[in-house]
Design a binder for this molecule. Structure first.
Ligand code: G3H
Ligand code: 13P
Ligand code: ZN
Length: 309
């Protein structure tokens, strides 16, 4: 099975009431854990690589690992750039074999964001690579203040329509209350579903993307702390909200933090329970299994089990 592009996966996901999981990868164990889970659940898959992951593991190593995953699994897998921050980075990964890119100009003024996305689109499309863009800001915990500030930070539905038309992007990451990392909410988690539905009405059939979608499951935070971690009380997006969002326009859901927590909890446990061990396979092996179990669980939350073939 060759690498696939997000375009064909999103077309099916939009009508099918499910989303594709986009999981961040940094090394072999993470790739193997994710791909084994998708294989067992027969789910389409997006493996995404951030700028930081690419400089940590090196482009060539990650591509070869993913090539092996494609060959062994037979799954439709997208290789996607997560949060590309420049035209040059997008060009480099397109030239280097990625099948999808994100250019994140969400910090720029509206017209500058459009101009940057359009420049990437003009390079990517003739090469068969779709482009994800972002409009609105994924506010961190400190920025969640009041209703009027929401309008300045979250994605404006009218602007979203104009942005898509003028930039030519193929999918759009929207800000409706999620944020990156483990500390998303101070009190009750709240997503602006009304805004999401307004965006969907303005952009019928157009794939939307949810970043910052980890749920920060208490079980794994507690497990980290039980084995010597010092994570403060964390709060993520309840999985019921994610399941709700994927029923309509949200076709791609980004998850990294939940995998990091599952992996770290298992490694901490292995160190505490086997202090005499110094064979990396004896802690990275269980960590890989923890990633696999977490991804299987997420594939059910996203309702994409059985949708690969
Ligand atoms: O949203 C960003 C992803 O969690 C990747 O994080 O830049 O630390 O690799 P990173
Ligand atoms: P989380 O930090 O919630 O896992 O979000 C990951 C993400 O959006 C990657 O782009
Ligand atoms: Zn993100």
């Amino acid at each position: 099975m060759p690498k696939v592009s997000t375009k064909e996966l999103f077309e099916k996901a939009y009508g099918g009431g499910y989303a594709i999981g986009a999981f961040n990868v940094n090394n072999m164990e993470i790739i193997q854990g994710i791909v084994e889970a998708a294989e067992e659940e027969n789910a389409p898959l997006i493996l995404q690589i951030s700028k930081g992951a690419r400089s940590y593991a090196k482009h060539e190593y990650l591509m070869k690992l993913i090539e092996a995953a494609l060959e062994l699994s037979g799954l439709p897998i997208v290789v996607h750039l997560d949060h590309g921050d420049s035209f040059e980075l997008c060009k480099a990964v397109i030239d280097g074999g990625f099948s999808s890119v994100m250019i994140d100009g969400s910090h720029l003024p509206f017209d500058e964001n459009i101009a940057l996305v359009k420049k990437v689109v003009d390079y990517a499309h003739p090469r068969g690579v779709p482009v994800e863009a972002e409009l609105g800001k994924l506010a961190g915990i400190e920025e969640h203040v009041n209703v009027s500030e929401k309008d300045a930070i979250f994605t404006n539905p009218d602007e979203a329509q104009e942005f898509v038309e003028r930039s030519g992007c193929d999918s759009l990451a929207v800000a409706i209350g999620t944020s990156h990392g483990a500390y998303k909410f101070k009190t009750e988690p709240q997503l602006d579903f009304e805004r999401l539905h307004q965006i969907e009405e303005k952009l019928p059939g157009f794939p939307l993307v949810l970043h910052g979608a980890s749920s920060v499951l208490k079980e794994f935070v507690d497990m980290c702390n039980q084995y010597g971690g010092k994570l403060p009380g964390a709060m993520g997006v309840p999985e019921s909200m994610i399941s709700e969002a994927v029923k309509t326009g949200v076709c791609k859901v980004n998850i990294d933090t939940d995998l990091r927590l599952a992996m770290t909890a298992e490694i901490r446990k292995a160190f505490v329970e086997n202090p005499e061990n110094f064979d990396p396979r004896k802690y990275l092996g269980p960590a890989r299994t923890a990633i696999k179990e977490m991804v299987k669980h997420k594939l059910h939350v996203l309702n994409c089990v059985g949708k690969a073939k």
